[in-house]
Design a protein around this ligand. Structure first.
Ligand code: B12
Ligand code: SF4
Length: 475
């Protein structure tokens, strides 16, 4: 069959992310004997025209839309990316009679809502490189593919899904041949990193999280030795900045440790990073081996330094764990981005101040603190239930594609915004979601790359903010 995979993500903040999932799906379909093309709309000047022309030239039997982001998760400046899908779907329906299939992280989070919104024929939940080829095989035989595990559809207006287990890492394929599918130079020259995933799943139960919906509760691992081989292969391909995109890189601890140990031994010429480290599993041994393996940046998703809020979020660690992690970080060289989300369940003025005080006391000037305000509520999470009970949320689940946020009823938003403004003024190494949404950030990424700056850009926050202020900008 002729298959066109369309990468719909066009968001460039904090940098454009390489569509690894869509490429994996394309490669798996090609391995199965289909004729496959990828149309990446990330840098297209006119996405509808680009799609129209590709449809006209290729005339695909199946169009797969890869949908990454529903919105930008930003309560202060919400942007609803899902709305960009309507003109694309209209173009497909007006030009070809292809079967329309949805896939991507956003689809796993809200499959029913996206199926209804787009009117697509099928949605794939999760591991596309396993499920999509099965769907294509079934469609090519003229079957109605509703028995395939991991598929969802609407039948006579009723949403149906066929849940089931798929074994993702079974064929050992971790990264696609990126150059075969997308314009990698366009990404790399905007400080994008090359993603690599070493496992799926998460054992934690944070109240707001969708990740378990995407990847499941049970871990599915890629053998650490195979991860090391893949990193060496990426280095041989000339890729230098490699980012682990696991839900939580350092859990299970032993898995992360084995990977770092292997990379430290092999010494490929790469710079590693991950923005997803859990404070519970940070110790001197891990940071030492991360240093040896070439880590140039890590993000710690502390979310809060207040015990009450951490309990409200059901993070599975305490404020003491956050403090212990901070002391460990201070003893090592790896630049660290501390990630906080303010306004969650049980948050009050006092708990916000506790977190700000922690940042003041523990975060080194060379490190960075990122404060996110409010939490995006997704259907099916405990946070949704709580928000309804507290009267914070009124929209029914089917309307929750439109960004809706939780802010603790015990907190005044104006006070919170002004508190964040004040600490940002006083600390040049602090940022908030306004910073990630800065309209000139894409230009800054390109400029940085040309000036020889390498990812992660956040390491230079102090210098960038100081420089921009000198130009009279209020950042
Ligand atoms: C790592 C990560 C990041 C990193 C990315 C680093 C990098 N170099 O890539 C960083 C921190 C930069 C980041 C940023 C953002 N992220 Co993020 N991120 C993730 C995370 C944890 C993993 C994504 C990933 O790479 N997975 C691995 C690849 C292999 O999987 P995949 O691309 O999803 O592809 C698989 C399937 O989706 C499917 N598939 C994909 N395409 C297609 C196409 C077809 C046709 C089919 C059939 C199947 C299919 O098959 C693939 C292979 O199995 C996910 C959560 C999660 N567990 O998915 C959130 C997630 C994707 N992010 C999310 C968001 C919102 C964002 C931001 C908007 C946040 C912000 N305000 O900055 C930005 C957007 C960045 C951008 N420019 O687009 C959301 C998106 C959904 C939503 N809620 O809207 C997620 C799901 C988390 C969440 N909150 O629910 N992110
Ligand atoms: S640790 Fe991270 S991925 Fe796991 S449930 Fe919590 S927020 Fe989700």
């Amino acid at each position: 069959m002729k298959i066109l995979i369309v990468v719909t993500n066009r968001y460039c903040g904090p940098m454009p992310v390489v569509p690894i999932g869509a490429c994996l799906v394309a490669e798996a379909a090609e391995r199965d004997g289909h004729a496959v093309r990828v149309l990446d709309l990330m840098f297209a000047i006119n996405p509808v025209h680009a799609l129209e022309s590709e449809l006209g030239n290729f005339k695909p039997d199946i169009v797969g839309l890869s949908i990454r982001n529903i919105d930008n998760n930003d309560m202060q400046n919400p942007v609803a990316f899902f709305q960009d899908l309507k003109p694309l779907v209209k173009t497909i329906r007006n030009n070809v009679r292809s079967t329309l299939v949805l896939g991507g992280a956003a689809v796993a989070v809200m499959p029913e809502e996206l199926l209804r919104y787009t009117g697509a024929d099928w949605a794939i939940l999760g591991d596309g490189e396993v499920v999509f080829p099965e769907l294509a095989a079934s469609l090519s035989k003229g079957e109605f593919p509703n028995r395939i595990p991991g598929i969802a559809w609407c039948e006579n207006g009723i949403f149906r899904k066929n849940a089931g287990y798929v074994s993702r890492f079974s064929d050992g394929c971790l990264v696609p041949d990126f150059y075969r599918w997308i314009d990698m130079h366009a990404y790399l020259s905007r400080l994008s990193t090359v993603p690599i995933q070493t496992k799926l799943g998460c054992h934690f139960k944070c109240v707001y999280c969708t990740y378990r919906k995407i990847e499941g509760y049970d871990y599915r691992f890629c053998d650490p030795a195979m991860v090391v081989d893949t990193i060496e292969h990426l280095a041989d391909m000339g890729f230098r900045d490699i980012e682990f995109v696991d839900n939580v890189f350092n859990s299970p601890y032993e898995h992360a440790f084995a990977i770092c140990e292997g990379v430290a031994r092999a010494q490929p010429d790469v710079r590693l990073q991950s923005l997803e480290l859990n404070p519970l599993f940070i110790d001197d041994e891990l940071l030492t081996v991360m240093e040896k393996s070439g880590f140039v940046g890590m993000g710690i998703t502390a979310e809060s330094a207040s015990g009450i809020v951490l309990e409200g979020l059901q993070k599975g660690f305490t404020s003491e764990h956050v403090r212990i992690a901070a002391r460990v970080v201070q003893r090592h060289k790896i630049p660290c981005l501390w990630i906080f989300m303010l306004g969650g369940p049980c948050e009050t003025k006092d708990t916000v101040q506790e977190t700000l005080h922690f940042a003041e006391q523990f975060i080194r000037p060379k490190d960075v603190a990122f404060f996110n305000i409010g939490i995006r509520i997704y259907p099916g999470t405990e946070l949704e239930q709580r928000a309804r009970e507290e009267g914070v949320l009124a929209s029914p689940p089917q309307e929750m594609l439109e960004p809706v946020f939780y802010l603790s009823p015990n907190l005044d938003l104006d006070w919170l915004l002004s508190a964040i403004r004040n600490v940002l003024k006083a600390h040049l190494n602090y940022i908030d979601s306004n910073t990630i949404g800065l309209s000139f950030l894409p230009a800054l990424n390109r400029l940085g790359y040309r000036a020889g700056v390498r990812s992660p850009l956040w390491r230079y926050t102090r210098f960038i903010r100081r420089g921009l202020r000198l130009f009279g900008m209020d950042v």
